[in-house]
Design a binder for this molecule. Structure first.
Ligand code: DOR
Ligand code: ZN
Length: 354
């Protein structure tokens, strides 16, 4: 198969940032995806319905003329989150989900939750109204090895949340290990996971390939090869519990190439091209549409998009840098050539019945 036309996909995990960076990165996501779940880890974080509504306005104001794209907003949970505010935001259609960052787990997570007990009333309310909880699943204790933080989180925290809130919809975000695949498979339909292109394409060796590679540093960190293989199996299996979430996380080049570089891979410019390459290598092109365009929408109870995206087996040359307004960002796969290319993206009328 040299050409693949799929229903317009969605990205269930993006960092769109704010201000000049938002302006620079937004269209890379909006040109290919119908909707995206927007992460709330701004400075300061998006912790309330009012802040999410204002942020959504700033995103929509930056959309290129004629673009059809729906940002799906999230609220960043803190120890002080008000359940009534979150519920009102969900019921008004401002919020799609809440995000749990354990305090200090990653970029701008200093305000994150210190103990799940602190948010149990919020989780009870979310469970009652059917609002999904999106989880950055890593423990933050410095004593736990960075490569074990996800597996330890599943054992110590996530299994307790799943047990204590049996009706709560849970997304294990950007999963990186066999343990996470097993956790998702071991729970019912209300537990799902997103998988990034970089965790499907690279193991931790890539961070140290001939020297230190700051653009391959992200959180959760890349893991051993056996974990990458487990993720590829899960993503391409056709199981609706697994769906696309890029975790595209742009940082200005000088903050990545630094003595203490930021975590994040800016993969939005080549997201679909990267994922489709994985499905092609795994002889699973027939399962790509489910992963990219159907499973996530169904999990969230949303209709499917109406538009289409067409990819062809032709080279995409990835630039070394993408720069605008004085900000330069290094894209995923910078300076290389990918085997697939997007030739057409049609927005359609919006979302169809799903
Ligand atoms: O690598 C990452 N970058 N992981 C995260 O969880 C956050 C993100 C960011 O915001 O830069
Ligand atoms: Zn993220």
């Amino acid at each position: 198969m040299n050409q693949l036309k799929i229903r317009r996909p969605d990205d269930w995990h993006v960092h769109l940032r704010d201000g000049a960076m938002l302006a620079q990165v937004l269209d890379h996501t909006a040109r290919q995806f119908g909707r995206a779940i927007v992460m709330p880890n701004l400075v300061p974080p998006v912790t309330t319905t009012a802040l999410a509504e204002a942020y959504r306005g700033r995103i929509l104001a930056r959309l290129a003329p004629g673009r059809t794209f729906t940002p799906l907003m999230t609220a960043y949970l803190t120890d002080g989150t008000d359940p009534a505010d979150i519920a009102a935001g969900f019921e008004r259609g401002v919020l799609t989900a809440c995000k749990l960052y354990p305090a200090h787990a990653t970029t701008n997570s200093a305000h994150g939750v210190t103990d799940v007990w602190a948010i149990h009333r919020v989780l009870e309310r979310m469970e009652k109204i059917g609002m999904p909880l999106l989880v950055h699943g890593e423990v933050t204790e410095p004593a736990v090895d960075i490569f074990d933080r996800e597996a330890v989180f599943l054992e110590r925290v996530m299994s307790g949340i799943a047990r204590d809130f049996p009706g709560l919809k849970l997304v294990c975000e950007h999963i990186t290990t066999e343990a996470a695949v097993a956790f998702v498979l071991g729970h019912g339909d209300r537990v799902a996971a997103t998988i990034t292109p970089h965790h499907l394409q690279f193991s931790r060796n890539a961070i140290f390939q001939g020297g230190i590679r700051p653009h391959m540093y992200c959180l959760p960190i890349l893991k051993r090869e056996k974990h990458r293989l487990a993720l590829r199996q899960a993503a391409t299996s056709g199981n609706p519990k697994f769906f696309l979430g890029t975790d595209t996380a742009p940082h200005a080049v000088e903050t990545k190439e630094h003595a203490c570089g930021c975590a994040g891979v800016f993969n939005a410019p080549v997201a679909l091209e990267s994922y489709v390459t994985v499905f092609d290598e795994e002889h699973a092109l027939d399962r790509f549409e489910g992963f990219a365009s159907e499973h996530g929408a169904r999990f969230h109870g949303l209709s499917l998009n109406e538009g289409t995206v067409t990819l062809v087996r032709e080279p995409t040359v990835v630039p070394e840098r993408i720069a605008a307004d004085g900000i330069a960002v290094v894209p995923y796969h910078a300076g290389t050539t990918l085997p697939w290319r997007i030739v057409e993206a049609k927005a359609g009328a919006g979302a169809a019945a799903g």
